[in-house]
Design a protein around this ligand. Structure first.
Ligand code: S3P
Length: 173
């Protein structure tokens, strides 16, 4: 069993809003590893960061990614930092991975303020810039294709993904 597609990208790329639309268009389930982690931990992500630290969150995330890739056949979104772990990047090999790319100005607009993202609690713009610079190559490494989302609505992005999937584009790198 494997997800129809896996969405990766930085916070603000639109993984959840786009993923829900793609899943709806395909008539399959949507799943988000952040929600899986919250269910396992029994508390929201900001509380995991505060109570247990980022390292513990990343441990839960590696387990959530491995489980979802092996047992879920809908549309899967990964948390923005999941690709930091070599183990997760290796696990994505052979999957259809869509990188939702976004540049800083659109990402900042989309995440807004106080969105329950602990990494952006302080100086969100500078932090997002740093994360984008650090992670772009890693998203590109795992992606089987890239969809540019700047200046586009989740509906437009989802339509492009649905069109690609309808063409049955096969993963391959
Ligand atoms: C994170 C992204 C978040 C969430 C956590 C850490 C990151 O997911 O996993 O707050 O390191 O970029 P989204 O990208 O879905 O917001």
């Amino acid at each position: 069993m494997a997800p129809v597609c896996v969405l990766v990208g930085v916070m603000g790329a639109g993984k959840t809003s786009t993923g829900l639309l793609v899943a709806k268009g395909l008539g399959v389930d949507f799943r988000d590893t952040d929600s899986d982690i919250e269910a396992t931990a029994g508390k929201p992500i900001p509380e995991i960061f505060v109570d247990d630290g980022e390292e513990h969150f990343r441990t839960l995330e590696r387990a959530a990614v491995a489980t979802a890739l092996a047992s879920f056949d809908g549309v899967l979104a990964l948390g923005g930092g999941a690709i930091l772990a070599e183990e997760n990047r290796a696990a994505l090999a052979g999957h259809r991975v869509v990188y939702l790319s976004v540049e800083l100005s659109d990402a900042v607009k989309r995440v807004g303020l106080g969105t329950g993202r602990p990494l952006l609690a302080i100086n969100p713009r500078a932090t997002l810039k740093h994360l984008l610079d650090q992670r772009r190559p890693l998203y590109a490494e795992v992606a089987t294709w890239t969809v540019v989302t700047d200046g586009r609505t989740p509906e437009q992005v989802a339509d492009e993904i649905l069109a690609e999937l309808a063409g049955d584009r096969q993963p391959g790198r």
